[in-house]
Design a protein around this ligand. Structure first.
Ligand SMILES: *Cc1c(COP(=O)(O)O)cnc(C)c1O
Length: 388
């Protein structure tokens, strides 16, 4: 018998409560029963995102919301600044280039995060930049960007502030209105711990104005259509949405508010710290050297010399049922990533570290068996995690 555990930064484990909602008999998307849920989910998403801006629900993975942000806000030839510190920064670059934007990239080493002073310099050098795009949590490396500080810089210029918060929002602080974020993208399968397939996007009044002027062709991801349908009575989507996923998200959002925003953030901080300290105890090195730059959604660990990283993650998955993520893009084979995002608690982390220890031992890595597990327990005790 092998029990399976998903310890990746998306998709993430789903609670029984949310799965039960997901399994309810299908409703029609133009029915009063579904309308009621659709209205509730939209309202709860606004609260979740801490915004009074419009929030639109799209049926796609997170990348759809990223594409919608690009194709609806700009016109062909517009200059944009893409902050790029990893695979998802690369994705914003690729999408922007594909739709004919003039991309200025602010590239960082993978494992580093963005410096607001560099953003200011780029904006000073290119006063015609129409938008700045950045990841909140760069999932390919595990860094977090200081969105508040970057947005403060961008506020002094006409550019729109566009944030891919897909793996960050709901795990660490992001205040859409207070930080003046024009467009923010999120996804159902990250911190919310709902099934995959829904993305959501918030639009400030300034973003809505930009949308009216955009000339890039789009159809499925036309936010003008999505907005028009969201303003109907009752609110709807232009095309058939992922009905069951939205129903499941309603429960997932309730669970977020029941636990409480601060408690959710604190749980993520403790889980991240436990994984980091356990890995260091096992003699492994973390990709992100500066603890101040580490996010709480995922931890990237360097594959040490003498260890086959691909075999390591395969052993964890096939033999012990624990799925962790490998490296993406240029970090493929060089790192592996343990997700501790969403519906994840102390015992999930203990299991992941335990499986890691077994897999490392099988390749002859030297450490005291159990050292990582003990370290996880110590972090939980030191942080009073067990008394909550
Ligand atoms: C998961 C993720 C995405 C979206 O990926 P999808 O596979 O399309 O859901 C985008 N950006 C970041 C930072 C992510 O973590």
């Amino acid at each position: 018998m092998r029990k399976n555990y998903i310890m990746t930064p998306g998709p993430v484990p789903i609670s029984e409560e949310v799965l039960m909602e997901h399994g309810r008999p299908l409703m029609h998307h133009r029915s009063p029963e579904f309308s009621k849920i659709f209205i509730e989910v939209t309202d709860k998403l606004k609260k979740f995102m801490q915004t009074s801006n419009d929030v639109l629900i799209l049926t796609s993975s997170g990348t759809g919301a990223m594409e919608a942000a690009v194709t609806n806000t700009f016109s062909v030839g517009d200059k944009v600044l893409v902050i790029n510190a990893g695979n998802f920064g690369e994705r914003f670059k690729k999408i922007s280039a594909k739709f004919g934007l003039n991309v200025i990239a602010l590239d960082y080493e993978w494992g580093d995060n963005a410096n607001p002073a560099d953003v200011k310099k780029s904006l000073d050098e290119n006063p015609d930049i129409k938008g700045v795009m950045v990841q909140h949590s760069e999932t390919s490396t595990g860094v977090i960007n200081d969105i508040e500080a970057i947005s403060k810089v961008v506020k002094g210029y006409p550019a729109l502030m566009i944030v891919d918060a897909i793996s960050g929002i709901g795990a660490s602080e992001l205040k859409v209105d207070e930080w003046s974020l024009d467009i923010v993208c999120g996804g159902s399968q990250k911190a919310l711990s709902a099934p995959t397939g829904i993305s959501f996007i918030s639009l400030s009044p300034r973003a809505c104005e930009a949308i009216e002027k955009s000339n890039i062709p789009k159809f499925y991801f036309d936010l003008t259509a999505a907005k028009k349908y969201s303003e109907k009575t009752p609110p709807q989507t232009p095309w058939t949405p992922g009905i069951s996923i939205i129903v499941a998200m309603n429960k997932a959002l309730d669970m977020f508010f029941e636990e409480g925003r601060e408690n959710v953030y604190r749980r993520h901080r403790t889980l991240a710290l436990a994984v980091q300290r356990a890995c260091e105890k096992l003699g492994l090195e973390l990709l992100v050297k500066d603890p101040g730059k580490r996010g709480v959604s995922v931890t990237s660990i360097n594959v040490p010399e003498g260890i086959d990283g691909k075999l390591l993650t395969k052993t964890m998955r096939v033999k012990y049922g624990v799925t962790v993520a490998g490296g993406q893009g240029k970090l493929t084979g060089l790192i592996f990533r343990i997700g501790h995002l969403g519906y994840v608690g102390i015992f999930d982390v203990l299991i992941a570290i335990s499986a890691l220890e077994f897999a490392l031992k099988e390749q002859g890595w030297k450490f005291e068996l159990g050292a990582g597990v003990v370290e996880v327990e110590k972090v939980f005790m030191e942080n009073n995690y067990l008394n909550e």
